[in-house]
Structures are given as C-alpha cells and as structure tokens.
Design a protein around this ligand. Sequence first.
Ligand code: 5GP
Length: 190
Amino acid sequence: MLIVISGPSGVGKGTLIHHIRNTFPQLVVSTSATTRSPRPGEIEGVDYYFLSKKAFQEKIDDNAFLEWCLVHTNYYGTLRSDIEAKCQQAPAVIIEIDVQGAKKIRAHTHIPQYHVFIAPPSLTELENRLRARKTDTDIAIQKRLTEAKQELREKNNYNKIIINNTLTQSYSEIDNTIKDILYHKEHLNE
Ligand code: 5GP
C-alpha cells in the first residue's frame, strides 16, 4: 500500500516524515530520483538518487518511473524498482511527492493508496518557515510561495488534510491517520 504525502515546500513534511519513521519503524520511505544537487548532509540513495539530466532522461526512456515531474527547475521521479522492492518489505510505503506527482499516482497506479496533504496555517507562516530554513534566496522563496498557492488549490483531492500548526498536534493527527490506514483499511483508494 502507498501513503502519499504532499504539501508546499517549507511546510514541515521532512519533520513529519522523520517522526513517522521513528513511530512506525515497520514502514519504509521511498527514495526518489532527482536532477537537483545534494544539499549539505543529504545522502545518495537515502534522501534521493542524484542523477544527471542525461541519466534521468535515460530512465524516462526506459519507463523506469511510476511518475516523474518538473518541480521548480529540476526533475524528480518515483522509481518503479524502488517502490516494487519496498512494497515487498513493508505493509506500506511512504512517498513524499509534489501535487502533480500525486495526481499521476492516483490516476495511473493500481496499488491501494491513501493521500495526505500537509498545509501551512497561513501563507505568511509558510514564508516565515522558508526564511528560517536559510536554504533559499529571496527569489527562490518568492517562487516557492507562488507555487505553494497553486499546490494549495489541489488539497481537496486528498483523503486527509493536516494543517501543520503545532508539531504536537500534527504528530498526533498523522499517528492517528496512519494507525487508521494500517489497521482499518476501509479508506483506501484502489
Ligand atoms: P526538495 O528539492 O525540496 O527535496 O523537493 C522539492 C519538491 O519535489 C517537493 O515538493 C517534493 O515533494 C517533490 N518531490 C520529491 N520527490 C519527488 C518525486 O519523486 N516525484 C515528484 N513528482 N515530486 C517529488
């Protein structure tokens, strides 16, 4: 089963996924491929498979992706091989992807799935978080905020929306959601 998690850049998806990994060690997280450069501390094969544009294109040609998209200025894709291997290992695979990718998975993947959207309390708060991260320039932050507005329009296509206001509240909501998915599978999209 797939648990797809989306939400604007800077909303706190990374922190929530870190929490999920610790709370539900039986779950695994998919590793996407990307053409963007690694950020400090990111590990090849763990955070992403970092590929050149040419290598990424070859994988597109080989139909190696369950879905792929251009996000910001880089390509990102979910590898079929990664998902297939991880579906054998775990009761559910967590996939953190943007709204376009989630839409493609919903439309074209026949694996049972549940989609969670992480929303910011407000756009002002999202901007504060992006600034606090100190990983983006002013221009990049403005671009991410414009994209966030578009992404927020997609939130009603998700099975569950979590507003990431306080972490304690969000942890409790995501824990309950995942328990519900794992133990009462009635909400799954097939
Ligand atoms: P970042 O560069 O900050 O790690 O990720 C940028 C965006 O790309 C995030 O919204 C993230 O969810 C999305 N993303 C990461 N991996 C994939 C993927 O495999 N497919 C798609 N469509 N989006 C992805």
